[in-house]
Design a protein around this ligand. Structure first.
Ligand code: 5GP
Length: 191
């Protein structure tokens, strides 16, 4: 029998590799998947909503939650910017009989994988090249020159971790990558 009991799906990748598009595609394809809303200390972007894209919280609040062990994982993803998965968020989604989808950075993904080894599937989305990644991030137009460079530097480092995840997908063509991800997730949900 299929059991959804406390499963976790992690989609991880360097910023700009296309993991958000793949995550949205998967959530449409499998209604049982529910986006795990992370807590973050950065400012919301223009189109982002608190409690939808992130729980946007202040630094003091974030630090207090670290001390009170409220995070399943947390990372300083960029200089001075903290992001974390709240244990309460995973529990909220499990209580709905759904499977949380975590769109998180590579280190956070490794932590979750270590902490919840039984029921977790991790997919690493790899950009075809660092040059292509740079083009995509520039095209997105949401980053300052400094933030763009930070994301590119971090990407090269993150790609070196890809073998530590259960599955990896090269996103050269979004449609192909989505189909590949769909097959992987279908098998996971039915396992
Ligand atoms: P952005 O600022 O572009 O929304 O996200 C920056 C990075 O933070 C992305 O790679 C995203 O996956 C990652 N991220 C978002 N939420 C979390 C989280 O809860 N934990 C960790 N470790 N990384 C996260």
């Amino acid at each position: 029998m299929t059991s959804l009991h406390q499963k976790i799906l992690i989609i991880t990748a360097p910023s700009g590799a296309g993991k958000t598009s793949i995550t949205h595609y998967l959530m449409k394809a499998f209604p049982v998947l529910t986006f795990s809303i992370s807590a973050a200390t950065r400012q919301p972007r223009e189109n982002e909503k608190d409690g939808v894209d992130y729980y946007f919280i202040g630094m003091d609040d974030f630090k207090q939650k670290i001390q009170q062990k409220e995070f399943a994982e947390w990372e300083m993803v960029y200089e001075g910017k903290y992001y974390g998965t709240l244990k309460s968020e995973l529990k909220r989604i499990w209580a709905l009989q759904k499977v949380p989808v975590l769109d998180i950075d590579v280190k956070g993904a490794l932590h979750i994988q270590q902490q919840y080894p039984e029921n977790t599937l991790s997919i690493f989305v790899e950009p075809p090249s660092v040059d292509e990644l740079k083009k995509r991030l520039e095209g997105r137009g949401t980053e300052s020159a400094e933030s763009l460079q930070a994301r590119i530097n971090k990407a090269s480092y993150e790609i070196s971790f890809k073998d530590q995840f259960h599955k990896s997908i090269v996103n050269a063509n979004l449609e192909v990558a989505c189909k590949e991800a769909r097959d992987i997730v279908e098998a996971f949900l039915n396992s």
